[in-house]
Design a protein around this ligand. Sequence first.
Ligand code: 13P
Ligand code: SF4
Length: 352
Amino acid sequence: APSDPDLVARAWAAKQALGEKVFILGHHYQRDEVVQFADVTGDSFKLARDAADRPDAQYIVFCGVHFMAESADILTSASQQVLLPDLAAGCSMADMATAEQVEQCWDVLADLGIADRVVPVSYMNSSADIKAFTGRHGGTICTSSNAERALTWAFEQGEQVLFLPDQHLGRNTAVRQLGLSLDECVLYNPYKPMGGLTAEQLRGAKMILWRGHCSVHGRFTPECVDDVRERIPGVNVLVHPECRYDVVEKADYVGSTEYIIKALEAAEPGSAWAVGTELNLVRRLANAHPDKQIVFLDKSVCYCSTMNRIDLPHLVWTLESLVAGKPVNRITVDPRTAEQAHSALEQMLALP
Ligand code: 13P
Ligand code: SF4
């Protein structure tokens, strides 16, 4: 639906009144009505770097989800304020690993005498607590665009990796990019004693994958790929690495949101593409490239409901709160957690 013209005018007016004081970041999964106001758009890696590169902006308005705003707060100075236009914009994947569960898992590894050879690698899509845990134990953060580099680095530091919280990104990267076998990966279920694994399995695994996933990307199945290949002969299937292993195996290309955007920019006019990632992005790409046939991989719609919580009314409310000098929805991470999480994020930014 077209945006309310009154709200559009109010958003522009507030943004103009704030000038350089405000910097608006927009993740690729955000709605068009929000993205039009973003000073930069990007995947979670690019946005984390962009936030860190803006020391002059007093306010960072993060149009994305909670863990991204937390990361921005960790990477910016204490005088800068990070705001999330709707506090209910969480991430179901990030919520699948709580600090308590991860500490319990680490105790299991310590009791088995293997904790000192395990390096934690945590996906950006995790809470600040999980990032702090990762930093405390000498690990690194990764995103979907540097997971291979992060895992390669981690296997230089230790013999085993505990990958949190997205099992699919962990498995896809370990097997397809590092050449591990599926048998070298085990799945740790935080709701079962010892993760539902035996001591032998935990000791023998190269990759201990946390049992988390993205409910949006989990909707794509191998049947979706077969189906679109039947409907559109010659179609190129391009998916995000948060998709299941059996889906990624059937695809032609795999990469982060930033990779997907570049691949479609470079695609030949007249070529056909089925894209397995969030729908706001796929629709925007289809509109941006009318000379290419770009379709959504699934037949049903598949938005990220929490990303979609950030809408124009929330953005206007947030910007106007800044104009009024009464900022709403500030995201802060306590200094101790921030310091430990910072070391894991710094490690990611320093990856070769
Ligand atoms: P990227 O933007 O890093 O590709 O991640 C996708 C995602 O699901 C963010 O929540
Ligand atoms: Fe989380 Fe998936 Fe939504 Fe990304 S798309 S914010 S991983 S639920």
